[in-house]
Design a protein around this ligand. Structure first.
Ligand SMILES: [Zn+2]
Ligand SMILES: [Zn+2]
Length: 299
């Protein structure tokens, strides 16, 4: 994707079966009664939404990352799972090389949050994959995921994430090249961090802008597109704050549909580049047109 003066390359880390039936939740009609599992409480709605896209649970989840060449800097947003998800994934580096870049050339890695499928690729097997890069994420996520007490108190499902985070960040922390940041700010010319907390305490989306064109690399705003575009109130149970994640998603969908900027999505089928559309009180995903022609042929 060419965005003004920036070249955007979607990089696939791998795909894996996403346990939609186990982890998707929705608020009960009586909001004070909390949330219930979508496939347990309303299997008809859940299956109808999936079958409208010819799918069944578990759906196949892509893990996408995005490389931004601004002309002066090479910036990677998210890094895939590295060795933390097994052999399905961890293919980011080979796909980066196939795109004509070397890991040594990456200047900065911006992480949307510190879940294993976003941070693991910075240090597969605990060894820094980007020897010249600075790693950045929200300080709120660093404070949460690098804290031993939170690890002891966490959901079983999330506990391995803490160990994965520590191992992935360790070589960069030791080298003084992990620099957490706070709040909304410009990270580099044309790349702005926008806090979108809920999925994790410091979940951050990054707005890339060049010559009036915009791309929001939104991280984990969507896990199962065929369900969450028509019903953005559906969340994943391992959101730190499911209600806040739901509110974020509705707000971002509405803004993206109105302003028509590009979206780079971590877990929508590769390459995860497209737009949000709005149709009669529902949202939809409009994939970008795919082409292998890199320039317009001479007339
Ligand atoms: Zn996540
Ligand atoms: Zn994720």
């Amino acid at each position: 994707l060419v965005l003004g003066d920036c070249e955007i390359t979607a990089l696939l880390d791998g795909t894996h079966p996403f346990p939609a039936a186990e982890v998707l939740t929705k608020a009960r009609a009586d909001k004070s009664a909390g949330r219930s599992k979508l496939f347990t409480d309303d299997p008809e709605q859940a299956n109808a939404l999936l079958s409208a896209s010819d799918l069944k649970a578990p759906t196949e989840g892509s893990i996408n990352a995005f490389l931004i060449n601004t002309g002066s800097k090479l910036v990677l947003i998210d890094s895939g799972a590295g060795t933390l998800y097994g052999s399905c994934c961890g293919h980011l580096i080979e796909n980066l090389r196939a795109s004509g870049y070397q890991p040594e050339q990456v200047d900065e890695v911006l992480l949307t949050h510190l879940h294993a499928d976003h941070v693991g690729g910075i240090a597969p097997g605990g060894i820094a994959a980007f020897p010249n890069a600075i790693i950045r994420s929200s300080k709120l996520d660093a404070d949460y995921w690098l804290n031993d007490e939170n690890e002891r108190a966490a959901h079983d499902f999330l506990r391995p994430m803490f160990e994965g985070d520590k191992a992935s960040l360790k070589p960069y922390i030791l080298a003084g090249r992990y620099l957490p940041f706070e709040g909304e700010q410009e990270m580099l010319p044309g790349i702005r961090a926008i806090p979108t907390p809920g999925h994790t305490p410091g979940h951050t989306s990054y707005m890339v802008e060049s010559r009036g064109q915009k791309l929001l690399v939104w991280g984990d705003v969507v896990h199962v597109a065929p369900i969450q575009f028509p019903d953005p109130s559906v969340t994943v149970e391992y959101d730190t704050d499911e209600n806040q994640a739901e509110a974020d998603r509705e707000r971002i969908f509405a803004d993206a549909a109105k302003q028509r900027y590009w979206i780079g999505a971590a877990h929508i089928s590769f390459p995860g580049l497209g737009h949000v559309g709005e149709r009669t009180e529902r949202f939809m995903w409009i994939p970008g047109e795919y082409t292998t022609r890199m320039s317009v042929p001479a007339q």
